[in-house]
Design a protein around this ligand. Structure first.
Ligand code: F3S
Length: 641
């Protein structure tokens, strides 16, 4: 049977498992990327693995999220990331060089390669024919150390593009139409592959807009073929040597099929507050607007910005509208400056922001109260803009620029003939904001400001364990209970000791001090323990406080995986009635825990003179991680083999 593009790349990178839908497969990873908000922890984890130089073909650390420096914490984090990158063979893209996904496409991406990034929009790389996944920081650290990346084998979806986009209709409208058809849940556990005659009519940056918002479908990733357009883009970036052709086999089979007729598409908008709440701009009508933000990793390419400049040229932004422009990269910004388009944008009255995520991550530009903001971004969830009652519409750059001039939502087709945008034969290449790894890594000192604290590591499992019950909780404990969310604590993600003072603070304020007094212990929980977000810190902080096991009625899936990653044993009562017989500060023993976990047997628990059983239901790979004291220590063992 023939293969899809994704199956071909998966097969070429398969190091563990079989490609049967739903079964876990391990993949060799060629490239990694991090952004600064998640990168600090990923590099602390990498350092803890004790691997000297990254084992990937290319790893890049970008600074694009927390570029506002109103306190020392962000600046310290950037300094740390820069120095750790130089020491361990990682390229470092400085603040101001651009948004990770845009820069990666321009300067590093290559068809047929695998990429994981500690950012959910890493699938943008699918626009250039990479198999690119958003992953956790720990996954990225393990991949940098040469370990495999594990996912359940996804289903395959084909979206066939027919026809050609009409003037004023763009790639953003394509993905908004796919979202309308598939919804925000439609891509879960699937890889979305684009095919058909329409593919040829789209450039790499247009394809990247589409694969970028595959994240909003919930898809594992999205991918385009690698063809002449891909080769042309890479040659214009001076990187034609990395091009390889990629296409699916004619008899490849897909689990689901969709079609988009490009010729029939009209300008679309995702209405507040969901990316799949899509309507035609003409249906929504001329709603007044207060703000337009053009940029983000979805729509900030040279092509996008040139279209915006052509629309704004010689005109003036409506007096009631604030228009902001964030070019996606220094390359884009520089080219706009050199060819005069920047002057057209400035003259029209736009506000030029840094080449960074900016308003997309809430770094400034929150709309006014109950304001209406048109954004070329990828997410419009309630409150994400920083203004709880603002209404965010996701639109193409054409719709945003035309509406900024009119002061209300506008169908850009009313502007008349669309200006022709010439794509350059050669982009301006100047990588002087990308710092290469050091030639003499031994001489590089990693700079750790007061906000950078070492990553906590577990210990290999010993024959037996005895400890006190340091907490007993009810059912439905969330990761927010374990560690409160909120902007106040965000800058301290790289400072687990500080963070630990807030662990379970809203459930039992004495928990951190009790753990310190007892030298750690065991948490006893009810049903659905650890539901909520995938926050790794909800396991890392208990590890730091010495928690060795969580014994509960049932676990939320992701938190259980995070506990194993941290070397904390996840145990469930074989008989839930045993929960009732345990009290705070009881002594619990696990007399044969090492042998039982190793052999995949039930774990014996002794408490208050009673003996009962608990289950430790983990995969073979997780079992090895628990024995080693956590996934990092296991990866370190593997790397040093
Ligand atoms: Fe940045 Fe927003 Fe993309 S935060 S990486 S521009 S989704």
């Amino acid at each position: 049977m023939g293969m899809t593009i994704a199956q071909k790349i998966l097969k070429a990178h398969l190091v563990d498992g079989e490609m049967v839908v739903g079964q876990e497969i391990g993949l060799r990873i060629d490239q990694t990327l991090t952004q600064d908000a998640t990168g600090t922890m990923a590099y602390l984890q990498f350092e803890a693995m004790g691997v000297d130089q990254v084992k990937t073909e290319r790893s890049v650390a970008y600074i694009d999220h927390n570029t506002l420096q109103s306190g020392f914490e962000n600046a310290d984090d950037h300094k740390y990331i820069g120095s750790v990158a130089r020491k361990h063979g990682i390229y470092y893209s400085k603040a101001g060089n651009g948004i990770c996904h845009q820069v990666h496409l321009e300067r590093f991406g290559a068809p047929g390669k695998t990429l994981i990034g500690s950012d959910s929009h890493t699938p943008t790389g699918g626009g250039i024919g990479m198999l690119a996944f958003g992953a956790g920081g720990l996954d990225v650290a393990v991949a940098m150390g040469g370990g495999a990346y594990y996912i359940p084998m996804p289903k395959m979806v084909r979206v066939t593009l027919t026809g050609k986009l009409s003037p004023w209709v763009s790639a953003k409208d394509v993905i908004l139409d796919v979202l309308r058809q598939m919804t925000v849940k439609g891509g879960v556990g699937k890889i979305v592959e684009y095919a058909g005659e329409g593919v040829k009519t789209l450039s790499v940056p247009e394809r990247a807009t589409i694969t970028n918002m595959g994240a909003e479908l919930g898809a594992t990733t999205s991918i385009f073929p690698s063809d002449e357009a891909t080769r042309k883009f890479l040659e214009a970036q001076g990187r034609g040597d990395v091009w390889v052709p990629l296409a699916s086999d004619p008899d490849a089979e897909y689990d689901e099929e969709y079609t988009v007729d490009l010729s029939a598409l009209e300008p679309l908008a995702a209405m507040p507050h969901m990316p799949d709440n899509v309507k035609k701009v003409t249906e929504i009508g001329e709603i007044p607007i207060n703000q337009c933000c053009i940029g983000s990793c979805t729509n900030s390419s040279y092509y996008d910005m040139m279209k915006v400049a052509a629309i704004l040229k010689g005109k003036t932004v409506d007096p009631n509208v604030s228009l902001t422009i964030s070019p996606g990269s220094k390359q884009v910004f520089n080219m706009l400056a050199q060819n005069g388009a920047l002057s057209d944008i400035i003259s029209a009255g736009a506000r030029i922001l840094e080449c960074a995520c900016g308003p997309c991550i809430g770094m400034g530009q929150s709309p006014e109260s109950a304001g209406v903001s048109l954004r070329t971004f990828n997410r419009n969830f309630e409150g994400r803009s920083g203004t709880q009652d603002a209404k965010i519409y996701l639109v193409s750059p054409e719709v945003a620029a035309a509406s900024a001039l009119a002061g209300h939502l506008v169908d850009p087709r009313t502007l008349g003939e669309m200006p022709e945008i010439e794509m350059p034969e050669h982009f301006v290449i100047n990588d002087n904001m990308i710092v290469k790894p050091a030639e003499n890594p031994a001489e590089v000192e990693v700079v750790r400001g007061p906000n950078i604290k070492p990553f906590p590591l577990g210990k290999a499992l010993e024959a037996s364990y005895t400890g006190k019950v340091v907490l007993k909780t009810e059912d439905n404990i969330t990761t927010d209970h374990i560690l409160p969310a909120g902007a106040k604590l965000l800058p301290y993600r790289s400072n687990v000791p500080f963070y630990s003072n807030y662990c379970f603070i809203n459930v039992d304020k004495d928990f951190p001090s009790r753990c310190k007094e007892q030298g750690g212990g065991i948490i006893v929980g009810g049903a659905n323990y650890g539901q909520g977000s995938s926050r790794e810190h909800a396991a890392l902080v208990p590890l730091y406080l010495g928690v060795k096991a969580v014994l509960c009625k049932s676990f939320a899936r992701i938190h259980k995986a995070n506990l194993v990653n941290s070397g904390i044993i996840p145990l469930t009562f074989a008989d839930p009635a045993d929960y009732d017989a345990i009290n705070l500060l009881d002594e619990i023993s696990l007399p044969n825990v090492l042998e039982e976990v190793k052999n995949g047997e039930q774990v014996t628990v002794v408490c208050g003179g009673r003996t009962f059983k608990a289950d430790c239901e983990v995969s073979e790979r997780q079992r090895h991680a628990l024995l080693a004291g956590g996934t990092l220590l296991y990866a370190r063992q593997q790397a040093n083999k």
